[in-house]
Design a binder for this molecule. Structure first.
Ligand code: GRF
Length: 197
């Protein structure tokens, strides 16, 4: 069985969409894959309760007590690997995980680490993507699923969704339309990746 570990920091709506797709499309028998655990760096992340309600194992590695990124990432890796009998989950899925990861962590999960970013990469890496797209006068925005490399919001693109920017849009209204598309493309991109493995 390919074990998937999802990392969150907040609401976890993308995580919930992945869990739902895994159930709906029967990943266990069709892809020999399952969401083994949801891990958060924030104990108060609402997504943890959502995962628990779905009967999924959860874990917390609070980043605050750690003196540096290296030591946090090491502890995070140990927590992730615990959810696979061989200590090697097939996929680590970043779903609104709001921590910059060290090159050592990225290296540890090379080829097994995916992220979703709320812009049409390579445009608008980093934060406040929707406001920046509106301010730049873009006619379209969107979201990108990509393999993670050591460079922030970089790495081979696996899927994208395009959303028109309306003249009436605020960052909030645009974000809510983009996230709806994220819920569609993220589970599909993960299923594709598992199928190709
Ligand atoms: C999403 O917009 C995702 O693209 C970004 O953070 C947000 C997470 O939302 N990385 P949620 O926690 O999945 O609801």
């Amino acid at each position: 069985m390919k074990n998937i570990v999802i990392l969150i920091s907040g609401t976890g709506s993308n995580m919930a969409a992945i869990v739902q797709a895994a159930r709906r499309d029967n990943w266990e028998s069709r892809l020999r894959a399952r969401v083994a655990a949801v891990v958060s760096n924030r104990p108060e992340a609402p997504g943890l309760a959502v995962a628990q309600q779905q009967g999924i194992a959860t874990g917390v590695v609070d980043h605050r007590p750690f003196p540096d990124r290296q030591q946090f990432d090491l502890a995070l890796g140990q927590e992730i690997d615990r959810h696979d009998p061989a200590g090697q989950p097939a996929l680590v899925v970043l779903a609104g995980f709001m921590r910059v990861l060290t090159p050592a962590f990225v290296d540890r999960y090379q080829g097994r680490l995916v992220n979703i970013h709320p812009s049409l990469l390579p445009a608008f890496t980093g934060l406040h993507t929707h406001q920046r797209a509106i301010d730049a006068g873009c006619r379209v925005a969107g979201a990108t699923v990509h393999l993670v490399t050591a460079e922030l919001d970089n790495g081979p693109i696996l899927a994208q969704a395009v959303v028109p920017i309306l003249t009436t849009d605020t960052a909030h209204s645009l974000a809510s339309r983009v996230v709806t598309q994220e819920h569609r493309i993220y589970p599909a991109a993960i299923a594709d990746l598992l199928r190709r493995r």
